[in-house]
Design a binder for this molecule. Structure first.
Ligand code: MEV
Length: 388
């Protein structure tokens, strides 16, 4: 019986690893040649990726044009397999551009840390007393941990009680221009070492909470005449009709979780693509917003659209755990290029504001399409529409 449990699999050379696969999967000579020829990296680069590579996996780096965010023009790098995502976001961005652009800001007074760490304390005999003692030492704990970090700042601690013997300490962190997962976990560990000296309990684990990130609000105000569109057969929808269709869709998503999830998926189409292009941990962005959409105890759309006289108003709030230093960025020259040469962002907050604005434009495009031409025609990328 062949086994996939190969001791030291990670230590094998690329050729040896492929040989193990050939044997296990009964690949023939042509299969192995195909697998090898799919690789577009040199041997040295592939090896340096670390942890079990056999090839690399290429996705297109696309550019979305027509973005004006906080008064600045951007070409936005997006890595996504689906062409219609970028066709859609360019459509949405153009409408926003012609309406004066999107404003997008990190909310300074948010209840969510730009990053947060958690400490699980167990075997807590007297949770009320332990909480009191920890909070009495809050300033000392924060000052001590902040001395160990130059670029990040822990600014608050909160304690929560779960079951009889479990207390969880949440540490809220401003990680500067890093995404903050590593520093939040690190700070949680440092603070936990101090806490167990102060109170009688055991620290079981410390880890970042992915329910954190830069809390961004993106907004757009669109004059109704910018919204009209027609389908390939020439049917025309007036701006007023499109506006109303979008508002009906927004109201549906606010009431029906099945629709809200799809509405939010449309937003994440754009946000994830920018996240991948810029070397972000897109799973962190996804998980933060799964919880964020549910923060009221009811799963809701991240954006809402409403009519105000002759305008369509769109607002989106989301968490964007992202950074422009640290993480995996330096291991991926294309991500560095996307950040520094295409987006030219100077601060992580700026990147977060761009990503939320992309989410809003993507959402606008999806809702306009659904309320008018429909998914089938809407998913024809521009090139196909032009050349077929
Ligand atoms: C498809 O990838 C995204 C949409 O389903 C989003 C939506 O329904 O709002 C079109």
């Amino acid at each position: 019986m062949k086994s996939s449990l190969v001791p030291g699999f990670y230590k094998l050379s690329i050729d040896e690893r492929i040989e193990v696969l050939r044997d296990f999967l009964d690949l023939n000579v042509e299969d192995v040649a195909v697998l090898k020829s799919l690789c577009t990296l040199g041997f040295k680069e592939l090896t340096s990726i670390g942890e079990n590579p056999v090839s690399n996996f290429e996705l297109p780096l696309r550019i979305a044009n027509g973005f004006k965010i906080n008064g600045v023009d951007y070409f936005v790098p997006m890595v996504v397999e689906e062409a219609s995502v970028v066709a859609g976001v360019c459509y949405g961005a153009k409408i926003c551009y012609e309406s004066g652009g999107i404003t997008s800001h990190v909310l300074k007074e948010s209840n969510y840390g730009k990053a947060a760490g958690q400490i699980q304390l167990i075997n807590v005999d007297d949770p009320v007393e332990v909480e009191r003692k920890i909070l009495a030492e809050k300033n000392y704990l924060l000052e001590k941990v902040n001395k160990e970090h130059r670029f990040s700042k822990a600014y608050d601690l909160k304690v929560q009680k779960f079951e009889d013997e479990i207390l969880v300490v949440n540490v809220y962190v401003d990680p500067g221009d890093a995404m903050g997962a590593a520093v939040a976990s690190d700070m949680a560990e440092s603070i936990a070492r101090e806490i167990v000296k102060i109170v009688p309990c055991v620290c079981n684990a410390c880890i970042v909470s992915n329910f954190s990130g830069r809390h961004v609000k993106a907004e757009v105000k669109i004059p109704v005449d910018k919204l009209s569109r027609k389908n390939v057969k020439g049917k025309v929808w007036s701006g007023e009709e499109v506006k109303n269709g979008i508002v009906w869709l927004s109201r549906w998503a606010e009431k029906d979780m099945y629709r809200a999830v799809t509405h939010n998926k449309g937003i994440m189409n754009g946000v994830d693509a920018v996240a991948v292009a810029t070397g972000q941990d897109w799973r962190a962005i996804e998980s933060a917003n799964h919880a964020f959409a549910f923060r009221s105890g009811c799963y809701l759309p991240l954006s809402k659209w409403r009519s105000e006289g002759n305008y369509l108003i769109g607002e989106l709030e989301m968490l964007v755990p992202c950074g422009i230093i640290g993480g995996e960025i330096k291991n991926f020259p294309k991500a560095e290029f996307a950040l520094r040469k295409i987006l030219r962002v100077k601060k992580a907050d700026e990147l977060a504001e761009i990503m939320a604005a992309v989410g809003l434009a993507q959402n606008l495009a999806a809702l306009s399409m659904l309320a008018t031409i429909g998914l089938k025609e809407g998913h024809q990328p521009h090139r196909k529409r032009i050349f077929s």
